[in-house]
Design a protein around this ligand. Structure first.
Ligand code: 6R9
Length: 650
C-alpha cells in the first residue's frame, strides 16, 4: 500500500472555521449522548410554522422500522429556501447559472427566484397539482430545474427528478412506479455542444400506456428554437403558463414528515428503488452539513458540479445551499467543453470559493496533465470536496496540488442517496486528512463495522459499514414498498442500517471506504477491496483507469480480473502487462497480483460516471448471456468490445 500521508489542519483555517477540533469532539459527543437535545437545538436553524415538541422517534427494529424526526412540527422547504431570506438578502444572488456555451450565464437573486417559484407553483395548481401528488422532472441543468423542485415543495407536491441522461424506457418506469401525473421537461438539453431531445424522450416514454395511464400533462421549458412535435391535449409551454400566473403563492404548511421528494436509485438487484425523503429532518440535515462540511460563510460562492438528477444535486446544489441563503452555482455543461480548462475557467469567472466534484472528473482531468486548467486564476478557492466513489490517493494528491494549489483542504464526503446528506467526512477546520480516507462521522452519525454474522468489531479492523442509529436526513421508506425498504436496509444486520459498503477503520478511528460489499474479493482466503487494487493500478503512470472484479478460480476461490484503460501515449504489450502485475505485487502484496489483465479502451459507465461492475463481473465470469439492462450506460457499445476481447474463456 502506498505510504500513508497525513495533512494537518491549517491553524489559520481552523481559527476562522465554524468548527475546530475541540468543538467537533464536544459537539459530536453531545450529538450521540443526547440526540434529542442536540437536534432539538439544531432544528432551530430552520423557520418552523408550528414548533416541534418531539425530536427523535426512530426504530431500526426489522419488525417495526419507523423513522420520524420533529414529527409534530410544521414547515415548508421552499419557504425556508426563499421567503425567509427576502428581507435580509432579497437582492443577493441565489443561483449563478453557467451555460454549456461559455458566453451564456445568468444571475438570479433570491427575490427573482422566489417570484419564479411562486409563478410556477400557481401554474401547477391551475393544472390540478395538489399536495401529495408526484411530479416528475426530466430536465437539463437549467435554473428552471431548481425552480420546479421548489415549486413542488411549495405546494407539498412530491418531486421525482429523473436524470436527463436516462432513456425513455427508464423514464416511463419511473413515471409509472411513482404514479406521477405531470412531467416537467425541456425541449432540448445542451451538453458539451450537443443537443439531447428531452421532450421527444418524454413523448416516447408516454407512448407506453403504463406511464400514460398516470401522466396527463407535460410542461415544456423552451431552451432552443428547434422544431418540436406537440400534443395539444397534453403539452404546455412553461413560459405560457407561468407568464399569466400570479407571483403570490402562499407556502403550504406541511408536517415535518410529509414527503419532500422521491429519488430513484439502482440497487444491485431488481428494479430501481424510489427512496423517499421527508421535509423537516432532511432539510435540517442538508443545510447543517452544507454549512459545516464546506465551511460555508456569508458571501461565499459555492459550486457543486453534480447534476440535479442525483442526490448530490438535491442536497448540495439546491436544498442545503438555498436553505442557508448561499450563492450556489449551477453548471449546464461538461468539464471538457469547449476544452479541458472549463472547470478552471468557471472557477475564475465566478470567483468560486468552494468546489465540490467527483473522483471520476478529477481523474479525467488528471489524464490531461498538470496544465489542464490552463492559466485560470484559482486563487479564490478555499476548499475542495469529493463525492460519489472512493478517491484513490493519487487523484487526491493531484486534486490537492493542481486544483487546490496545495492550499485548500479536501473534504472526501461519504454518503448515499439513502442518507440524504453527508455522513462521514472531514470538517475542514477540525480534521487532519489522509488521502483516500473519508475520515470521521458527522454529528449524530454512529458508524460501526460488523462481521458477516453482524457482530460489531472493535478497533482497527475492516468490515461491513453499518450505522447504529438514525440521523435526521435518513430516507424514510421506498416509495410504495416499505417492506422492500426494511428488507434491503434493516434485515441483513439486525438493529442497524446496512449501507452496502465495506470500510476499514484505522488506529485513529478514521474510516476508509473500500467500496460496495459485493465488490469485495476473497482470494485464497484473503479479503481485498477492489478499490485498493484499482487505486494501486491507477498510481502506475501508464494507467488512466482501472476496474477490478472477481471471477471463479478453481484453486484460489476467486481470481482477480483487471480491466485497464491506458493513458494516451501508452501501447498495450506483454511487457506492460508484466510490469502492471509486478507493480500491484509491490504496492499491495503478492496476494493482490492480478490473474488476468484486459486492456479496455473504455469502461461501461452509468451516465453519472460510475463503473457498472455488474457487467464487468459477468464478462470476467465468461457469462455474458445475462448482462441485464445495459441501456442506461453512457456508451453501450463498449460492452461488445469488452466481450470480444475477454480473457477468461471456458
Ligand atoms: C452521494 C452519492 C452511494 C455510493 C456509496 C459508496 C459510493 C459515495 C463516496 C463513496 C467512497 C466516498 N460513495 N461517496 N465511496 N468514498 N466519498 O454518491 O450517492 O449515488 O447513492 O452512491 O457511492 O459506495 O454507497 P449514491
Amino acid at each position: 500500500m502506498s505510504e500513508m500521508k497525513r495533512y494537518p489542519v491549517d491553524p489559520e483555517f481552523a481559527a476562522k472555521a465554524h468548527i475546530d477540533n475541540a468543538k467537533y469532539l464536544a459537539m459530536y459527543e453531545q450529538s450521540i449522548k443526547d440526540p434529542d437535545a442536540f437536534w432539538g437545538e439544531h432544528g432551530k436553524r430552520l423557520d418552523w410554522f408550528g414548533p416541534y415538541s418531539r425530536v427523535k422517534h426512530t426504530s431500526f427494529d426489522p419488525h417495526n422500522v419507523d423513522i420520524r424526526w420533529f414529527e409534530d412540527g410544521t414547515l415548508n422547504a421552499a419557504y425556508n429556501c426563499l421567503d425567509r431570506h427576502l428581507e435580509q438578502r432579497g437582492d443577493q444572488v441565489a443561483i449563478i447559472w453557467e451555460g454549456d456555451d461559455p458566453s451564456e450565464s445568468e444571475k438570479i437573486s433570491y427575490r427573482d427566484l422566489h417570484e419564479r417559484v411562486c409563478r410556477l407553483a400557481n401554474a401547477l395548481k391551475a393544472e390540478g397539482v395538489e399536495k401529495g401528488d408526484v411530479v416528475t422532472l426530466y430536465m437539463p441543468m437549467i435554473p428552471e430545474a431548481a425552480v420546479a423542485m421548489l415549486a413542488c415543495a411549495r405546494l407539498g407536491a412530491v418531486h421525482s427528478v429523473v436524470f436527463g441522461g436516462f432513456s425513455p424506457e427508464a423514464l416511463a418506469n419511473r413515471i409509472e412506479g411513482a404514479a406521477s401525473r405531470l412531467v416537467i421537461t425541456s425541449d432540448y438539453s445542451r451538453r458539451g455542444g450537443k443537443v439531447v431531445p428531452l421532450k421527444a424522450n418524454v413523448d416516447e416514454a408516454l407512448a407506453d400506456p403504463a406511464a400514460a395511464r398516470y401522466c396527463k400533462k407535460v410542461v415544456v421549458v423552451k431552451r432552443t428554437d428547434d422544431e418540436l412535435a406537440w400534443h395539444d391535449h397534453r403539452d404546455l409551454w412553461y413560459h405560457e403558463i407561468t407568464v399569466k400566473a400570479s407571483i403570490e403563492c402562499p407556502a403550504e404548511e406541511l408536517n415535518a414528515e410529509d414527503p419532500l421528494f422521491i429519488l430513484y436509485t439502482s440497487g444491485s438487484t431488481g428494479k430501481p428503488k424510489g427512496l423517499e425523503h421527508t421535509t423537516g429532518g432532511y432539510l435540517v440535515y442538508a443545510s447543517m452539513t452544507h454549512e459545516y462540511v464546506f465551511d460555508y460563510r456569508e458571501g461565499d460562492i459555492y459550486w457543486c458540479t453534480a447534476d440535479v438528477g442525483w442526490v448530490t444535486g438535491h442536497s448540495y446544489i439546491v436544498y442545503g445551499p438555498l436553505a442557508n441563503g448561499a450563492t450556489t452555482l449551477m453548471f449546464e455543461g461538461v468539464p471538457s467543453y469547449p476544452d479541458n480548462s472549463r472547470f478552471g475557467r468557471v472557477i475564475e469567472k465566478h470567483r468560486v470559493n468552494q468546489f465540490y466534484t467527483a473522483p471520476t472528473a478529477i481523474r479525467a482531468l488528471m489524464q490531461q496533465g498538470e496544465e489542464v486548467l490552463g492559466d485560470a486564476d484559482l486563487s479564490s478557492l478555499r476548499l475542495l470536496g469529493s463525492v460519489g466513489e472512493p478517491i484513490n490517493p493519487e487523484a487526491w494528491e493531484w486534486y490537492h496540488r493542481v486544483v487546490g494549489q496545495g492550499r485548500c483542504p479536501i473534504v472526501d464526503t461519504w454518503w448515499q442517496t439513502e442518507t440524504g446528506g453527508i455522513m462521514i467526512t472531514p470538517l475542514p477546520g477540525a480534521t487532519a486528512t489522509k488521502p483516500g480516507s473519508a475520515t470521521r462521522p458527522f454529528f449524530g452519525v454512529q458508524p460501526a463495522l460488523v462481521d458477516k454474522q453482524g457482530n460489531e468489531l472493535e478497533g482497527a479492523v475492516e468490515g461491513n459499514l453499518v450505522i447504529k442509529d438514525s440521523w435526521p436526513g435518513q430516507s424514510r421508506s421506498i416509495w410504495g414498498d416499505h417492506e422492500r425498504f426494511v428488507q434491503t436496509y434493516f434485515s441483513t444486520f439486525k438493529g442497524y442500517y446496512t449501507t452496502g459498503d465495506g470500510a476499514r477503520r484505522d488506529e485513529e478511528g478514521y474510516y476508509w471506504i473500500t467500496g460496495r460489499v459485493d465488490d469485495v474479493l476473497n482470494v485464497s482466503g484473503h479479503r481485498m477491496g477492489t478499490a485498493e487494487i484499482e487505486s494501486a493500478l491507477v498510481a502506475h503512470p501508464a494507467v488512466a483507469e482501472a476496474a477490478v472484479v472477481g471471477y471463479p478460480h478453481s484453486v484460489k476461490g476467486q481470481g482477480i480480473y483487471v480491466y485497464v484503460t491506458l493513458q494516451a501515449g501508452f501501447e498495450q504489450s506483454d511487457e506492460l502487462m508484466k510490469a502492471l502485475r509486478h507493480w500491484v505485487r509491490r504496492e499491495i502484496g503478492p496476494i493482490a497480483s492480478p490473474d488476468l489483465i484486459q486492456f479496455a479502451p473504455g469502461m461501461p459507465k452509468t451516465r453519472s460516471g460510475k463503473i457498472m461492475r455488474r457487467i464487468l463481473r459477468k464478462i470476467a465470469e465468461d457469462d455474458f448471456s445475462s448482462l441485464g439492462d445495459t441501456s442506461t450506460l453512457a456508451d453501450p457499445s463498449v460492452v461488445d468490445d469488452l466481450i470480444a476481447k475477454r480473457l477468461n474463456r471456458w
